[in-house]
Design a protein around this ligand. Sequence first.
Ligand code: IPE
Ligand code: IPE
Ligand code: MG
Ligand code: MG
Ligand code: MG
Length: 288
Amino acid sequence: MAVVADAIEAELDRLLPVASGPQARLHEAMRYAVLGGGKRLRPMLVWTSAELFGVAPAAAIRAGAAVELLHAYSLIHDDLPSMDDAALRRGRPSCHLAFDEATAILAGDALQPLAYEALARPDYGVDAAQRCELVLGLTRAAGAAGMCGGQMIDLQAQRQTLSLDEITVLQGLKTGALIAFACDAGAILGRAGEVERAALAGYAHDLGLAFQIKDDFLDRFGDSAVTGKHGGRDQDVGKATFVGLLGEHGARVKLDELRSQASARLDIFGARSMVMRQLLDFVIDRQS
Ligand code: IPE
Ligand code: IPE
Ligand code: MG
Ligand code: MG
Ligand code: MG
């Protein structure tokens, strides 16, 4: 993960605008939100799925960086006072506190198209049809049928009691869609066959759900010094989560169920899927 993280860091640095000109403050806020923090899980998923299909490392790194730019935008907006009103992100003041609210909104607004640009640019050494498919996949994962749709339901979940099925839908959109795209990106780049692509999608679905359940678990039980975020927020605002509904033990049981289910989806890849299985353990056992 460290090797991939270094390559991603360098690619993000290249893609982000250097702070200059009258809009330098916007560039600084974009760089602040993206560089120097975060687990880089989504780029790691792109990398690992790409590796399954023998994709060139540089192609995987660019796609991973694009997903991370989109993710960073989603975090800036998620932390805004009108959304989660979160002061701490990746162990540092959230973007709107390090800068100001209007600058943070603009930084998010600018990171989103930068993500698409990174995939569409002709200097990305993959053919035009694949670039188009990647852009299409990322737009769908990010928009009303994906992350933004999930964030809408998530905000409403503060005032409603949701069933487990409804929370599953919410989390599948707000977090799962981008994680699913990260896994699919490797399959797109590697021109994977339908059966393998579907198996990977099944894995990504279970991993994405496990990822958000663990995020909610850490919000409740995690150590803020390790997570780099203030905890207890979900409970404070009365947000419906798996952890709230199932309790600590129930959430752990659900995570272990998802671990077995996701792992079984990888069986068709045999020994090639070892790193994907390790990522599953990483997501479920992490403390940050
Ligand atoms: C946090 O994502 C936001 C969610 C989707 C729950 P991560 O836990 O991947 O955050 P970073 O990128 O490591 O900071
Ligand atoms: C955010 O979920 C998911 C996004 C789309 C950014 P959370 O609100 O639970 O993420 P954290 O806990 O603030 O990182
Ligand atoms: Mg949120
Ligand atoms: Mg939040
Ligand atoms: Mg959370």
